[in-house]
Write a protein that binds this ligand. Sequence first.
Ligand SMILES: [Zn+2]
Length: 381
Amino acid sequence: MGLHSKINTSIRMSVAKRKLESRKIAPEDGNPLDLWGLTKIKKDIKNNKELRENFDQKELDRSDIKEYKLFKFRELLSYVLESSPYYRDMYENLNVDPRLIRSYEDIGKLPLTEQKELANKPYHFLCVSRRDIAREFTSSGTTNMLKRMAYTQDELLEIVDSVISGLKMAGMGSKDDTLQIMYPTITATWDPGLVLSKACDLAGFRSVISDSLDVEEQLRTMKDSGTTFIIGTSSFIHELSRKVCDRTEPQELGIKRIICSSEPLTESMRDEIESVWGCKALRQWGMTELGLANAIECEHQEGFHLNNPDFLVEIIDPVNGEQLPPGQEGELVVTTLRRKCMPLIRYRTRDITSLIDEPCKCGACFDQRISDIKRLNLLDG
Ligand SMILES: [Zn+2]
């Protein structure tokens, strides 16, 4: 790399670092992901007259967060009515008036967005000019449909910011920590390994990408890099944990936490992984369409903390589409409240879970969590 491009890169890095909220949050202040969300919300309130009138100078509580999300939902509706060919057509036909959305029940009356719509006509969802797209990603996600998603530079930075907050919540933070990223290299352009290593760079954490399927190779990397945190797909980590005991004493490696993602992790898989490594295994959940890093467990392992304030989530009956109350299992439906490039409204994830209303033992109290996630094996359509 020439000197000029080196300087450019370092300037970009320092600009990016300045924009990150996650860097300012210390774990001793509370749950880093919860606090990150709160910081974002407070910033929004500061920058919006109507929000300021309602919430300024006020200690926010959970009902305020709900109200804030309703406000953001109305704002998003107005935005897509202006900018999204897909939603404009749909909502104009239905005479949707954003001002009339006053409750979560009102939201429940709006049509759902099916995955096949996004797969069939991605650019109908695009709300910005193509010039403003920083990156586009393609993924099949949880069903076999190919979906394209585009993001602006600011959105990518927000995603990385949320990843840092999630890693901090999982316990990363000490200078001695190294995250070993075990995702197999995939052909999709949205590579979780790259996002994670970028997040670690910006946060000042060490990371190493090791995409080998070979157990020996993974172990060597762990020893060479002083790995203390591991992230990878649930099935790969489970398999690795089964094979590793023949070769070494895994508990002597000093792994502090393991993050299992991309696939469901059953309790028996989790028990096996935890007893092999002698540390906790946390679940992570995300979808390419929603920005990949959407929710992660804290050390108490009692449900996923979402990237509040990015998402408004609902649980619906997958058959009749009706909203279900907390505690009841149904399909997870997500609205991306803050996206400008390709926002999704009431997007059907085809994953089954339930809302948890009780505050978590970790102290996070500003938003609901979701329970263990299972796949809904519905046929597309
Ligand atoms: Zn928690």
